[in-house]
Design a protein around this ligand. Structure first.
Ligand code: SF4
Ligand code: SF4
Ligand code: SF4
Ligand code: FES
Length: 821
């Protein structure tokens, strides 16, 4: 520790602290403009000038000056105040004083400091900037006339987002924060730069002129897209969500969000929201009252009690824990059916079956915090950035700031593979399990297994015939990766799972877990396996048992059951199987065939259109409850706006139905949380009050065990391309299609080809192509790039038109032909 004195107060801080950090630690405020705790110090604005006695009265920037033992610092002498006023005068010289029409007014550091330092005149005169304003995209407005050259946007985009969209261009008075060739912004549109801009130079366009900042009501909640569980603050007014408000102190991610979190909230206000129940009459869905709709559903579910095997229920892991608990209680408890599931079955099997078998618990043994504590990250699939972008930020920070070794095993390249020092092993599609088995065999063969690992002999026998060739990589690559992984003091395996990844199943979780267990990299900080559930509450759905537990049908078997008439009543809460489950034609036929289907959803989705009763449900912003993130953090979701139209939360819907058919009735969702805490072991002792703003990470007791995993053979088909499905960077499931941000950046389905395949098929970027498999064909636009290796084609699964599930059937890899339309 280093001891120093600031304004007469003694303070002791870590030796790598700056004067600014030390002052903050003892509650002394030093004004800043270019400094941000998340970014490397810049020292550009000189607003934080202080005086250090040992430096003979020279004024120095507090944000870049490290503390030294015995330092005596003054932060508010007359001379310092004079210097800061001068800084403000110089900044205001070029800055347009257009606060009345600036969206940052009230939340502008320059405005606040000008007020605080009473800079009401300017001794200097100069012309204002006359830069053209960039209105090119509908998400971020760039008005460089207001820019104060703090450089924060460029630093965050480079250091955290790793995109590098900005740089200073020109010199001296002509200097400007510019983009590539000074053109319009064309990037990931995560909005991180907007969040840190201290003035109104970068603005959120969806929020423009919607409300003054100070008139917003601010509600802390949790993002409802992916499993990362980013905390966010919803800015609302007149019952509408108008923006997400940046709070640098929120969450492990310091308030940073991705495109979905920052600009995807508009689905809450979408004009396409369902506002009233619909009941099918004469073959057509027609508006109905809640009484009428619930009466139909109640009588159907009541009848189902006498034949529970004919009833099935599918829930989206976007519901709150309380809603999922009630869902389970209603269908498994009151009706007595075990036919309940979520996400097609395979999408969560890595947790419910894989982790359960390998670790004795249906959860990751690791947390998000382990990423930065690790020495080596082994990521399965380059898409981890696309599926969980803020985890991508964490990995990026670990790699750049802590020198974490980043290894990726993937069937294609992506943003992660471009991070500095990242080494990617590109394997053949569908061979992930074979690759991990080969790594385990190599560890054993090289004598790198930890001592005394139980079950080693069985695993050795099980992987005896595993070869690098089966995964399409060289023996040298496998041997080197195995050696590096074993040598790392701490190594963490990261495995994204979700509807787009049929191959990321229980066997893959076992195979990856085996590698960690075999090398003793389990149960330690910075080690283990982080299974990244696709949806905001994928972990909660696993914790609350939303999957068949004994003889019940899994999601795909439920669809079969609807098709063959065994399932007569299907309740769907928020799932959209028509677009997101494999084999669209089969799913549509089955859902058309089922005697009675009720869908509770926010939108009239492709699935809801086939229902007999549609119930309008609330979004996350219209209800309270909890979500559990992929790192097992349980966090509060708080109601920020009233329900749209006549929509009700899934809690209200399920609670009413439960009471009507003789099940439990709760007074509020918090009451259910109390019951969860007394019946679900991991949640024991929790109360919603204890969660606070930060949430609570659930404890996990791991009982690690080697579980041999069988690698399914994937035989390439001559003359065909291997179709890989997954997530587009800006989307999550099918809900993001109703968010302005994600839809601007990625509005339609596409098929991404390698340059070599595109050339031989005479396909150019943007051409419409027909992708044909054994089960059907779709027409989508082509993308051509370097990410996809020759012989493969990638398509995201989120879109209803040109939906990729029209040509897949749930196999890890589907073989297709691609031809120009
Ligand atoms: S929106 Fe994100 S990717 Fe685009 S410039 Fe800003 S920080 Fe960079
Ligand atoms: S645009 Fe904003 S964040 Fe970027 S340099 Fe200018 S003032 Fe700073
Ligand atoms: S989508 Fe995921 S990564 Fe993006 S803000 Fe939401 S929780 Fe965070
Ligand atoms: S905040 Fe220290 S120089 Fe800008």
């Amino acid at each position: 520790m280093v001891n120093l004195t600031i304004n007469g107060t003694q303070v002791a801080v870590e030796k790598d602290a700056t004067i600014y950090d030390a002052a903050k630690a003892c509650g002394i405020k030093i004004p800043i403009l270019c400094h941000d705790k998340k970014l490397h110090p810049f020292g550009g604005c000189r607003m934080c000038l202080v005086e250090v006695e040992q430096m003979k009265g020279r004024l120095i920037p507090a944000c870049t000056t490290p503390v030294t033992e015995g330092m005596i610092v003054q932060t508010t002498t007359d001379e310092i105040v004079k210097a800061r006023k001068l800084v403000l005068e110089l900044l205001l010289l070029k800055h347009p004083i257009d606060c009345p029409v600036c969206d940052a007014a009230g939340d502008c550091d320059l405005q606040n400091l000008t007020f605080e330092y009473k800079v009401n005149t300017n001794r200097f005169v100069d012309e204002k900037f006359n830069h053209e304003i960039d209105y090119d995209n509908p998400l971020i407005e760039r008005d460089m006339n207001r820019c104060i050259h703090c450089g924060k946007c460029a630093r965050i985009c480079d250091e955290i987002v790793s995109y590098g969209a900005y740089t200073f261009i020109n010199r001296g008075i002509e200097a400007k924060m510019g983009t590539e060739f000074d053109g319009p912004l064309n990037c990931e549109f995560c909005g991180s730069c907007v969040s840190v801009c201290p003035v109104g130079a970068l603005n959120s366009r969806p929020f423009k002129f919607k409300a003054r900042w100070w008139a917003l009501q601010k509600t802390k909640s949790v993002c409802s897209y992916c499993g990362t569980g980013c905390q966010l603050t919803l800015g609302t007014k007149d019952g509408k969500v108008l923006t997400t408000v940046y709070d640098e102190n929120q969450g492990f991610h310091n308030g940073q969000l991705c495109t979905r979190g920052r600009f995807g909230y508009q689905f809450v206000n979408s004009a396409k929201r369902l506002t009233t129940p619909l009941v099918k009459k004469n073959g057509k869905l027609q508006e109905a009252s809640w009484e009428e709709a619930l009466e139909v559903v109640t009588s159907r579910l009541s009848a189902g009690k006498s034949d529970p095997a004919s009833v099935a229920a599918l829930a989206t892991p976007r519901l709150t824990n309380e809603e999922l608990f009630l869902f389970e209680k209603l269908f498994r408890g009151t009706i007595g059916t075990d036919n309940i599931d979520h996400s097609a079955g395979y999408a969560h099997a890595a947790l419910t079956k894989g982790a359960k078998a390998s670790f004795g618990v249906a959860a990751s043994p690791s947390e998000i915090a382990d990423i930065q504590k690790s020495n080596l990250l082994l990521v399965v699939k380059s898409d981890a950035y696309e599926t969980h972008p803020v985890i991508g930020f964490e990995m990026n920070l670990g790699v750049k700031r802590k020198g974490i070794d980043l290894r990726i095993v993937s069937d294609k390249k992506g943003k992660l593979t471009r991070l500095p020092g990242a080494k990617t092993t590109v394997h053949t599609p569908g061979s992930e399990v074979a690759l991990f088995n080969a790594l385990c065999k190599s560890i054993i063969d090289q004598g790198l297994a930890a001592e005394g690992v139980a079950g080693l002999a069985e695993l050795k026998a099980a992987v005896a015939d595993a070869t690098a060739e089966k995964a399409g990589v060289t023996a040298e690559e496998i041997a080197a990766l195995a050696k590096d992984y074993a040598a790392a003091e701490k190594a963490l395996i990261i495995l994204p799972i979700g509807l787009g990844y049929p191959g990321h199943d229980a066997a893959l979780a076992n195979a990856a877990a085996n590698l960690a267990i075999l090398t003793g990299k389990i149960g330690k900080e910075g080690c283990g396996l982080l299974i990244m559930g696709e949806k905001n509450n994928s972990q909660g759905a696993a914790d609350l048992g939303i999957y068949p537990k004994s003889t019940g049908l899994s999601a795909s078997a439920i669809i079969e059951g609807c098709g063959n008439g065994n399932i007569k009543t299907l309740f769907v809460a928020g799932e959209n199987p028509v677009v997101s489950y494999p084999n669209r034609q089969k799913v549509e036929k089955a859902l058309e065939n089922v005697e009675f289907m009720v869908v509770a959803d926010l939108f009239l989705t492709e699935t809801a259109q086939l229902a007999d009763v549609v119930l309008p449900a609330c979004s996350f912003a219209e209800k309270s409850g909890t979500f559990t993130s992929l790192g097992r953090r349980v966090q509060m979701v708080r109601k920020a706006v009233p329900a749209v139209g006549l929509a009700k939360s899934d809690f209200e819907i399920l609670n009413t139905l439960s009471a009507a058919i003789g099940g439990a009735r709760y007074n509020n969702q918090a009451e259910i949380f109390t019951e969860i805490a007394s019946t679900v072991p991991a949640y024991q002792g929790l109360t919603q009050g204890k969660l606070g703003d930060e949430g609570v990470v659930l404890p996990v007791t791991v009982s690690a065990k080697l579980v041999p995993a069988v690698a399914k053979a994937v035989a390439p088909v001559a003359g065909k391309l291997a179709l890989l499905t997954g997530s587009a960077l800006y989307h999550s499931g099918t809900m993001s299609r109703f968010g302005e941000g994600p839809m601007y950046v990625c509005p339609t389905a596409y098929a991404e080809l390698s340059m070599a395949d595109a050339a031989s098929l005479k396909i150019a970027e943007g051409d419409m192509v027909t992708v044909t498999s054994a089960t059907g064909s779709v027409q989508v636009a082509a993308k051509v790039g370097k990410r996809v290796p020759q012989g493969t084609v990638f398509a995201p699964y989120h879109f209803g038109e040109g939906s990729v599930n029209s040509i897949t059937d749930g196999a890890a890899v589907t073989y297709v032909t691609v031809a120009k339309k």
